[in-house]
Ligand binder design. Structure first.
Ligand code: PRX
Length: 650
């Protein structure tokens, strides 16, 4: 039997008007980029960006892997996202906000301009935030989160958003690493019609010595919060007094725009740095190509602004191209699994972008919900964050997209700034679960790490990008060496280090790329990237834990779940396993947040280690999956441990 995947051609009517209409157009663009790389990117940057001063050089690789794009150019990203639309779109909705309780706000480009300028003046005048200062944003999904980001961009401050699900310890670590002087937060917000709180988490994070001088609090749910005199200020009280005009700071192309912390293979998260021109250019181009958003379209991405998807595809990308972006405060399955589809109907949404984990949950909880709503406005459906499994893909295609919409399986990372491998909705014949081809301008190849050669069809290799691209990570905040080692230390092509994503991938007989998952100790829980070392570091804080190893295990809804093997110092604890699990989970909650809670925890008498002390995680992964251990265990310090652990897990 053939294992060939079915192919779904783009809808012909849709393709007629798409920005990229067929594979010939795709190949023409990619050929142009290959023949004249700098010409390709230089032309795009001239056409798409409103430069205050033009750039003089497209790409400077002389200090690779530290690269500069569009050197000499001056711009301001907030002006790119707002000011330049005022002539033609001032009354167009920039953001449509839907609150948890169904409250709706429509914010036009002119409104957005005023909100952002006021916020920028507030930061500048009252909190003395200057160009280059770091501002941490710890916010719910409300429009003020977008205003805060754009206000930072306007005055040249570098924002660092910390996802609202992170704990006070995780927030503190990120604040300290970035040496932020201001935190922008909210009292809290609403979830499932009930208020929840964020400000107390900030208070706990700022206990003791901290670089933070001031905290700005947006009052969203108006619950009581503690106010620290001289440190905490109400946004709502101060903002109205601010002028709605603030000149945008003139920024160099390579001035940093933001930091975003993400997990790596060590316990310490990395502050991924993105700079101004290259990032915004690619955010805008991928919006146009991958989502094919048109002037009158309404686009909704369900991510949180705390992740890169929220940065690029809720705020910067849609606004840079002058689109209407939907922001949603609530939970997509509340009050029932028809919520997103009722939003599609109410707002006439044209592009819908979410994660496979959300698709699986919506499928499970409301298989027939989409049929109850008018879904005819939808044109493009997107997925991101993890491979999408065939049943989820099928349901998404047939029930949500009514077998009419293209599904764009967008592969990218915090570090790539925007999509790098993805179908084009009007051009690419799609195969379920396949990210398909590199986008035009992206030189992505699956390489054999040993030889640096492109792998053969069907052979697993490393997903690499062999040339710098404008939206690529520019550094790990405060750690040049970690940047070089983490991304350019594994694969060389023609004797030159190339960017390695950390993912494995494979080509099929038609050259389609399928991402096979991480090759390092990073797991993907509900589309959230989690370093196993981070979870291990948290668990080790429990005084009775001697050793721990964390691995990922396939999970029907989350994609991957967290599986922890724990060796306790004393066996007494095992007698009270429930209490021990509770205590460890409490530590994880405190150190990282609920997103890192373990799905499975087993207490074992030892871990499978080589004689040099290295934990053999592959064995642990097999046991967690209930697979037979086929690896050679003869080199282990104590081979009998494998059987003992397997017996405990069964
Ligand atoms: O393993 C890949 C997976 O998510 C990782 C990036 O995670 P993060 O930086 O948090 O960004 C998530 C949103 C862009 C990648 O290294 N990943 C992302 N998209 C896909 C994917 N795996 C398979 N298919 C995808 N479409």
């Amino acid at each position: 039997m053939s294992d060939k995947k079915p192919v779904f051609k783009p809808n012909k009517e849709f393709a007629k008007n798409a920005n990229i209409k067929n594979m010939c157009e795709y190949h023409d663009l990619q050929d142009k980029a290959m023949e004249d790389y700098e010409g390709f990117w230089g032309d795009a940057a001239k056409e798409k960006i409103d430069w205050i001063e033009p750039f003089t050089n497209v790409l400077d690789e002389s200090h690779a892997p530290f690269v500069k794009w569009f050197d000499g150019g001056k711009l301001n990203v907030s002006a790119q996202c707002i000011d330049r639309h005022l002539d033609s779109r001032k009354n167009k909705a920039a953001i449509i906000f839907e609150g948890d309780r169904g409250d709706i706000q429509t914010i036009t480009y002119l409104d957005l301009y005023k909100h952002v300028n006021r916020f920028a003046n507030l930061l500048k005048e009252d909190f003395h935030v200057k160009k280059g200062d770091r501002v941490v944003i710890y916010m719910p999904m409300i429009p003020e989160a977008a205003y805060a980001m754009l206000a930072c961009a306007r005055i040249g401050a570098i924002h660092s958003i910390v996802f609202g699900g992170f704990s006070s310890e995780a927030l503190r670590d990120r604040i300290e690493d970035a040496e932020a002087k201001v935190v922008i937060t909210a009292d809290g917000a609403f979830r499932k019609e009930k208020p929840y709180m964020l400000k107390p988490v900030v208070d706990a994070a700022l206990e003791g010595k901290t670089p933070v001088e001031k905290v700005i609090v947006v009052q969203r749910n108006h619950e009581d919060v503690e106010w620290v005199a001289g440190r905490d200020y109400s946004y709502n009280e101060m903002i109205e007094r601010k002028s709605s005009k603030c000149e945008p700071e003139v920024m160099d192309s390579e001035d940093p725009l933001f930091l975003l912390y993400t997990s790596g293979s060590t316990g310490k998260p990395k502050g991924v740095q993105h700079n101004s021109a290259g990032y915004i250019l690619w955010a805008q181009m991928t919006m146009e190509w991958v989502f094919d958003v048109k002037e009158n379209d309404t686009y909704w991405c369900t991510a949180d602004v705390g992740w890169i998807t929220g940065h690029t595809y809720i705020v910067y990308g849609p606004l840079a191209m002058g689109a209407t972006t939907v922001m949603f405060e609530g939970v997509i399955t509340f009050p029932d699994a028809g919520r997103p589809w009722s939003m599609v109907e109410n707002h006439r949404i044209n592009q819908f972008y979410t994660a496979p984990t959300a698709i699986r949950v919506l499928h499970k909880m409301g298989e027939h919900e989409p049929a109850k709503y008018d879904m005819s406005s939808l044109k493009v459906l997107g997925t991101v964050g993890e491979p999408i499994d065939p049943p989820a893909w099928k349901w998404y295609y047939e029930e949500v997209g009514q077998s009419r919409c293209s599904i764009v399986d967008t592969y990218w990372q915090t570090e790539t700034g925007g999509h790098v491998i993805s179908p084009l909705p009007g051009a690419t014949p799609i195969k379920p679960g396949c990210a398909t081809f590199p986008l035009p301008g992206i030189m992505a190849e699956i390489l054999d790490p040993a030889t640096g050669e492109k792998v053969e069809v069907g052979e697993k290799g490393y997903m690499c990008i062999t040339k710098p691209w404008p939206a690529q990570i520019r550094g790990v905040w405060g750690d040049e060496e970690r940047y070089v080692k983490s991304y350019f230390g594994d694969v060389e092509k023609d004797g030159k280090p190339v960017y390695f994503t950390g993912d494995g991938a494979v080509y099929d007989e038609d050259g389609y790329i399928t991402i096979t998952g991480r090759t390092d100790d990073v797991i993907n829980v509900s589309g959230h990237r989690m370093g196993t070392a981070e979870v291990e570091a948290a668990i080790k804080k429990h005084s009775n834990v001697a050793e721990v190893a964390v691995v990922g295990k396939p999970h029907p809804l989350k994609g991957e779940g967290i599986f922890a093997y724990i060796v306790l110092k004393s066996d007494d604890g095992i007698a009270d396993e429930v209490e021990e699990v509770k205590a460890i989970n409490n530590i994880i909650k405190k150190e990282i947040g609920n997103i890192a809670l373990c799905d499975d925890m087993v207490f074992v008498s030892g871990l499978p280690k080589t004689r040099s002390g290295k934990i053999m995680r592959r064995i642990l992964r097999s046991i967690a999956k209930n697979e037979e251990v086929t690896q050679d265990i003869s080199t282990l310090e104590d081979p009998s441990i494998v059987e003992k652990i397997a017996a405990m897990v069964k």
